[in-house]
Design a protein around this ligand. Structure first.
Ligand code: SAM
Length: 658
């Protein structure tokens, strides 16, 4: 794991500066305060994550960006006097103490106030005073202040705080419901005048006190009851279109609204949920049968998917081809739903002309050795001289084929890319030929592209960060583009990939914080309204996943969704299975309400319920991420197939050898 100093730099750069906070004094303050000293010991590894963390007594240390946004908006003058209400861990007070002359931070929880004071003392921030009191009353004895920050939300701006501002000073405070508030910046412009600016939606713990709420969440300072607006779950329930069972024809028919799009991307919130696979299979069957879709492109390795593709297109298995999907996580494509879908696509293709048959293609880049093998096999059969050249070029990668990740390590230590030129040359040659030749040449060229991408991928993987992710998703989007070109101007494609690949990355932390893009974003940018991005989600149930990379698959219980997630508002709608159409113009009031960022759960092939918040949730804006969202309140684990070996002398039963 990286050193705290490095993580801190990264946090400041990615979470704060890239989101538009440019004040040098604010950025420098964040660079100096050790956030890991303000979180519980057990959560230290998550100290620099982009979210709030629990600090005990049901309270939280706020997300770094929100702390920065507030401090930036408060425009604390150097050397000024600042009041914070809701000291919590003391972190924000410590950051402000690097800018201000004196910081007074009030915390109502005695235990939190005591440990915050101890921490501040140990770290030697001697211009910070932590006071245990009701901060909604302010601190009249020390007023007026140059800035006041409130880190807890009430239903209105506490009057005493407004009056404790100096003229021209700012009060930054969340105001609104318990669920969600608006971050207000109130500037005192006269003895009895204040200007108000809304900085956007936020979620804070309640401000409990004389000018905040009561402990039970009701308002303290007023007994006026506002008219009851509809809750978000009620709005979802109104807009949701309930879906029948997946086997019912009406299930897939509900998606016909997207049948005229060129590309329909179908997501999943985990790589091991039966319903996500079964639903996509039902939609795929219908779209292939009735709506002219001929490309089914998946987050699967190209050479492995090619084995299934030959089967559904009534071609003989390629002799000597390795068994498909032997690499972890095997269950992603070796499972009962995919077996059924391949069977059905095979049947649907019967009697169709070859160029009208649906094909199954892999967009992913992990099976480099499978692709090398396929390129050589093709050239051996069609152009032995070219095969010889390719063999020499790929020879460079031979020592690394079994463990390609070690190639990256070696390239890193040597400081140069040993095999890059050769694999690119091969890729260029085959792509050139694919333009002029038919038949298997296209597949060989796609394999050669994969080898070139994979060589680069394994090399840059060692630098971590966005670059390797972006390379992989760019490769997948480009492969899709090649497929569409190859299948002709009217070709239409279905894409199966995780929500993290198909939901527009610009609407998630991936894009906004980590600088990552994905297939959804790239195809939207390229094809605009001809694309539909369909996300999937669930509240609880079971999932097939491993505990560690390369581990065995297990059936794991999915923890019920968090109170501050999109999943929870869908669960609270009370509709067990639904389609939510998020296309602009359909449910705009709901889209606006859903448009304040919330947490969303992402389970891949690994599931770690123990650290679920930090391992699996991140922030997103659902109505910008997807054009539609499919909900299954309770789901069950995907059923993997067992990888049985073929018996001696008996041909491998195609395509899975079951
Ligand atoms: N700024 C803090 C940090 O950096 O760790 C995070 C604060 S946490 C989101 C909000 C805190 O406000 C909680 O610790 C809560 O106990 C406190 N709080 C709520 N109402 C309060 C009040 N009336 N007076 C003082 N503190 C209050």
């Amino acid at each position: 794991m990286a050193e705290p100093q490095e993580l801190r730099e990264r946090m400041v750069e990615r979470q704060i500066r890239r989101r538009g906070i440019e004040s040098l004094s604010v950025l420098t303050a964040f660079r100096t305060v050790p956030r890991e000293a303000f979180v519980p010991e057990s959560l230290r590894e998550f100290a620099y994550e982009d979210g709030p963390l629990p600090i005990g007594a049901g309270q939280t240390i706020s997300q770094p960006y929100i702390v920065a946004l507030m401090i930036d908006a408060a425009e604390i003058p150097p050397g000024g006097r600042v009041l914070e209400v809701g000291a919590g861990s003391g972190y924000a007070a410590a950051v402000m103490s690097r800018i201000a002359g004196e910081v007074f931070a009030i915390e109502r929880h005695e235990a939190l106030a005591r440990s915050a004071a101890e921490r501040i003392d140990t770290l030697g921030y001697d211009n910070v005073s932590i006071i245990c009191a009701d901060g909604s009353l302010g601190l009249p004895d020390e007023a007026p202040f140059d800035a006041i920050l409130v880190a807890a939300g009430g239903d209105k701006v506490p009057e005493p705080l407004k009056r404790q501002l100096k003229l021209g000073a700012r009060l930054v405070v969340p105001v609104g419901g318990e669920d969600m508030q608006s971050l207000l910046c109130v500037t005192r412009t006269g003895e009895h005048r204040w200007d108000e600016q809304n900085l956007g939606g936020v979620r804070f713990v309640p401000l409990i006190g004389a000018h905040g709420r009561y402990e039970d969440g009701s308002r303290a300072a007023s007994n006026h009851q506002p008219a009851r607006a509809k809750s978000l779950p009620e709005m979802i329930s109104d807009a949701a279109e309930p879906l029948p069972g997946i086997d019912d024809e009406a299930f897939a028919a509900a998606f016909d609204r997207f049948a005229d799009r060129k590309i329909v991307l179908l997501g999943e919130a985990s790589h091991g949920t039966h319903e996500f696979y079964a639903a996509r299979a039902a939609i795929t069957r219908r779209f292939v049968e009735k709506h002219g879709f001929t490309i089914v492109a998946a987050e699967a390795d190209w050479p492995d998917a090619a084995v299934l593709d030959r089967h559904i297109r009534h071609q003989h298995p390629r002799t000597g081809a390795p068994r498909p999907f032997q690499r972890f996580p095997t269950w992603m494509w070796r499972n009962s739903v995919i077996a059924g879908l391949m069977h059905d696509l095979h049947a649907l293709n019967r009697g169709r002309a070859p160029d009208e048959m649906a094909g199954f293609y892999g967009l992913d880049i992990y099976n480099m050795s499978g692709s090398i093998e396929a390129v050589l096999a093709y050239l051996d059969a069609h152009d032995p001289e070219a095969a010889q050249v390719a063999r020499e070029r790929y020879g460079c990668l031979t020592p690394w084929q079994a463990e390609p990740a070690t190639y990256g390590r070696s390239a890193l230590t040597k400081g140069y890319a040993e095999c890059e030129q050769q694999v690119i040359a091969e890729c260029r040659d085959l792509l050139q030929r694919a333009l002029h030749e038919d038949g298997g040449m296209f597949a060989a060229a796609m394999n050669a592209r994969l080898v070139a991408s994979a060589e680069r991928y394994y090399r840059i993987m060692y630098y971590g960060g966005a670059e390797s992710w972006n390379l992989r998703d760019s490769h997948m989007a480009e492969t899709l583009e090649h497929l569409l070109e190859h299948r002709g101007p009217n070709a239409k494609a279905l894409v199966w990939a995780h929500n993290s690949h198909i939901g527009d990355a610009e609407a998630t932390e991936m894009g906004s914080v980590r600088g990552e893009h994905n297939i959804g974003q790239l195809v939207r940018a390229r094809w605009g309204e001809q694309v539909a991005l369909v996300g999937f989600g669930t509240h609880t149930g079971t999932v097939t996943a491993a505990t560690d990379w390369d581990g065995d698959h297990e059936t794991k219980r999915v923890v019920p969704s968090r109170g501050d997630s999109y999943e929870r508002v869908c669960h609270d709608s009370g509709v067990p299975r639904f389609l939510l159409d998020l296309t602009p113009g359909r449910h705009d009031a709901l889209r606006r309400r859903l448009g304040d960022p919330r947490l969303e759960r992402f389970i891949g092939v690994i599931y770690r319920p123990e650290t679920e918040r930090w391992s699996h949730y991140s922030e997103a804006v659902l109505p910008r991420q997807f054009d539609a969202y499919v909900w299954f309140d309770e789901t069950r684990a995907l059923q993997p197939l067992t990888p049985t070996e073929p018996h001696e002398g008996v041909p491998d039963t195609f395509p899975f050898g079951e």
